[in-house]
Design a protein around this ligand. Sequence first.
Ligand SMILES: Nc1nc2c(ncn2[C@@H]2O[C@H](COP(=O)(O)OP(=O)(O)OP(=O)(O)O)[C@@H](O)[C@H]2O)c(=O)[nH]1
Ligand SMILES: [Zn+2]
Length: 333
Amino acid sequence: MSTGRRYLDEDDVPVRARGGSRPRTRKRPKHEDAKPGFVTAVDRGRYTCLVEDRTVVAMKARELGRGSITVGDRVRLVGDLSGRPDSLARVVRVEERRSVLRRTADDTDPVERVIVANADQLVIVSSLADPPPQPRFIDRCLVAAYDAGLRPLLCLTKVDLAAPDDVLETYSALDLPSVVTSRDGDLDPLREQLAGRVSVLVGSSGVGKSTLVNLLIPEAGRAVGDVNPVTGRGRHTSASAVALTLPDGWIIDTPGVRSFGLAHISPDDVVAGFPDLDEAVAECPPGCAHTADVPGCALDSGTAAGRLDADRVSSLRRLLASREGADDSRAQQ
Ligand SMILES: Nc1nc2c(ncn2[C@@H]2O[C@H](COP(=O)(O)OP(=O)(O)OP(=O)(O)O)[C@@H](O)[C@H]2O)c(=O)[nH]1
Ligand SMILES: [Zn+2]
């Protein structure tokens, strides 16, 4: 994705001097007074930003062009920064992003969407029961996390309903940080993992993500169950991400994001999301696609020799196959 436009500063745009007989270009005065802000929500061209301790709504300065501004962006703002109702500030600059979490709508859709900027961590929320654990969903999220350079954290919920041992065993070779939670249990281990980080939460429906967010940030009032009693609307009417402040750090909830299409991720980077298999494929014939029908693929010999976990190999192969459009598994498994 081209990033050139994103960092365009309003100040960089030459304008014609008014009046005088010889029009020439000059630079506008620098927005030296532009204040730093953090984008917490985006809704139809309006950017909600935290500026100092005020919530300020802003529009994008026209000179920024079509470059995107997304939740998690660090920006500079000018104009009315009072945060009063109906006031509107202007975003005049978007700072360079430390990380970009993207997705494609499904595995064969090449259109990328940036979901969140500047996140440090992807919290993969999966329940131990009701609904049962979804290793394929977890694997898919791991690929997205490694690709975006985010630290993955596996958060296994509803431990009151089932033990985590099997799921943890599956990932034991990965050095994957994990926490186990229940709505009535101690959330301090999770809080410790969130401290000082910008964490994106992702999970499929019903795993207890909203319940967690509400326990961590009671003021957030994320809807649990079918219909929000305040608005009367169903859940997930908004697909956009929103940043919620922790005592030390941020949680970015992504209600509309059920999973990640991987069309923008190369097969090699998909394999890199499986660190326990990554080494084995070095033995593959050149250009190996690592799918089940490729003769000589080291995933087969490794599995046969008992060096590789057959479930992990089949999970990787399903992801690779779905990228090719070879089966109908979609982003939302
Ligand atoms: N037994 C048990 N049930 C839980 C726990 N956490 C959440 N639940 C229940 O699981 C259901 C789904 O919880 P939500 O928090 O709405 O799940 P969600 O992941 O936000 O789901 P969506 O709203 O569809 O995104 C609700 O009925 C919760 O009461 C838990 O730790 N233990
Ligand atoms: Zn191979």
